[in-house]
Design a binder for this molecule. Sequence first.
Ligand code: PLP
Length: 439
Amino acid sequence: MSDKGTANQGNNLDPWYDHYAARTSGLTASEVRALFAVASRPEVVSLAGGMPYVSALPRDLVVGAMDRVMRERGAVALQYGSGQGVPALREQILEVMALEGISGSADDVVVTTGSQHALELFSKLFIDPGDIVLAEGPSYVTAMVIFNSFQADVDHVPMDEHGLIPQALREHIARLKAEGRRVKFLYTVPSFHNPAGVTLSWERRLEILEIARQNDILVLEDNPYGLLYFGDRAPDAMRSVESEGVVYLGTFSKTLAPGFRVGWALAPHAIREKLILANEAAVLSPSSFSQLVISQYLSDADWQGQIDTFRGVYRERKETMLAALGEYLPELSWTNPNGGFYVWLTLPERLDSKAMLPRAVKELVAYTPGTAFYADGGGRQNIRLSFCYPTPEQIRVGIRRLATVINGELDLLDTFAGTGSLNPVRPGRTYPNPPSDLR
Ligand SMILES: Cc1ncc(COP(=O)(O)O)c(C=O)c1O
């Protein structure tokens, strides 16, 4: 991927196609994005997107905060602000992070336009074309879009049910060093992983930090889901035990609402300074309005109680999804997330999740094929299922439809290959052509 070819990155219907920068070749529409259009039809149960269930947030709480901000600090809310973010909010962000064992200084917090923008700014600071970014396999799709756009090569390190495997990380680093490649950082989502739904164990967190230290590799800890745990407490962040070698990313998107577009980075001093400059260059200042409303909300509302409410909603949905999988697809295997939004389903070897998607949409259920989460073509045997947005009833219907699709695919293969199936073959089942936009 380091060789991005010529600057001809568009197509010949676009008169400027030979003007685009070589790095834009990574900017192709993601599979998730293409899906949204098709899966947003009301009759389709979408288990594809990762949208938080914002209906569980009482509107009054937001209206109350907005009202106070506009009446008491309207002139500030409507003005440009500091490139680092509102000081009072940065102090409150410390309280949020304390729930994950992090102690730090508000001086080292940089407020960004969602954590997505922190990923972009961080990448801009650290990635040269051809650099290696280590990431879990699978990994968060839109982080990889950013890494690609800066012409990095993503090297996937495998995971198991306890998260990233330290020995595999050692082996990857050794191989890359032997090949003379430069590893800039490790990108990780240690808690309630998107898309795998697994959580990095505490022992492994320590081991991975030690490996990173020994090899002079920075750790980018992306933690949007940490407070949405289904157990007793949030896992302690990697940043809670390592402040120099970790840049931590947080967000209000999942614990409040993504519409505010407010996230943050907590970074070692020198990196924080560069992040502020990059933030100013990109947006001058993050939204004063959003920051002040969130700050007011954190002062006035029972925000931890509200996170409990979200946790309850997502826990029930996850349990519904796992029960439906157990009922309709008992032969398959899947992860059992202890928080967050996602279940990672493994299909029988013969199936291809990407090829099967058009048929699923035809059966009125959408999912994200595992291939979206690998930079190297992996993931054909996997599906990411999101339980965050559909209601429990929709989840049951969606999984039932998915089972029909999977069993239908297996029947079809059996018909041609004459091998055994998970369920009795239903003769005469046919599938029409997929919609043209999904071929
Ligand atoms: C792992 C991960 N990182 C970052 C983000 C971006 O979140 P936001 O920009 O809304 O803070 C998401 C959103 O789904 C995510 O899943």
